[in-house]
Design a binder for this molecule. Structure first.
Ligand SMILES: Cc1cc2nc3c(=O)[nH]c(=O)nc-3n(C[C@H](O)[C@H](O)[C@H](O)COP(=O)(O)O)c2cc1C
Length: 200
């Protein structure tokens, strides 16, 4: 997966962080289940509050029986390009957890945060294996809940489109110019020692 713009960091960091981005132009290459599970395995090793591991994953690969229904989970814009993805993963999080040795469920205020860390691990592992991972908040959560019979105590966080990144020309015309890794605001605009900074 070639990087088409240069990302310059404020401090030197491992290249995996800047090489990971969110492509939309997918090549139609298929992903085998072993590769997909390897990517989810990295997500499994994310840290979480109380080691509660509230994330859950439901996935479908292109050309399987479930594919069309997983595509229907995406809004029209996301579907217009994710139709070429190799797989769609729904990320869910459990809002409660059980302490070891206890039977009752406790509220887990960090369930979404924890699932976000799992998403980051997933995206980094995908990128390291040469796959592009693109998170999608533009989804129909009511449809996902009913179609997949998701219990009420689980939040539907995002979907992720996975695929091999290809040429921008594979995209609908209006998206082609956007097919570049984006930049970031400077660190000094968001990190302050002993004081709040918000350099927006
Ligand atoms: C939680 C989350 C939700 C997102 N939802 C969408 C989406 O619905 N559609 C889309 O095209 N991109 C979506 N994105 C992609 C972001 O726009 C993208 O990550 C951001 O612009 C930074 O670009 P980069 O990942 O290539 O560095 C989402 C990203 C995240 C992390």
């Amino acid at each position: 997966m070639g990087i088409k713009t240069i990302r310059i960091t404020d401090f030197p960091i491992h290249s995996q962080f800047v090489e990971c981005w969110s492509p939309r132009a997918f090549t139609l290459d298929a992903i085998d289940e072993h590769a997909l599970l390897t990517i989810l395995e990295a997500a499994r090793w994310a840290p979480s509050s109380y080691n509660s591991q509230p994330w859950r994953f439901v996935y479908a690969r292109r050309e399987t029986d479930q594919w069309v229904s997983f595509l229907s989970f995406l809004n029209e814009f996301n579907r217009s390009w994710a139709v070429r993805a190799a797989a769609i993963v729904v990320i869910l999080s459990k809002q409660t957890f059980r302490l070891p040795g206890r039977v009752e469920e406790f509220s887990l205020p960090t369930h979404s945060f924890d699932a976000g860390v799992a998403w980051a691990f997933l995206a980094l592992q995908a990128s390291l294996l040469g796959w592009g991972a693109h998170a999608l908040a533009g989804i129909n959560r009511d449809l996902i809940r009913s179609d997949l019979s998701i219990p009420d105590d689980f939040s539907i966080e995002v979907c992720v489109a996975l695929g091999q990144s290809g040429d921008a020309a594979l995209l609908p015309h209006f998206l082609q110019a956007k097919e570049v890794p984006s930049n970031r605001r400077p660190l000094v605009d968001m990190a302050g020692e002993g004081r709040f900074v918000d350099g927006t």
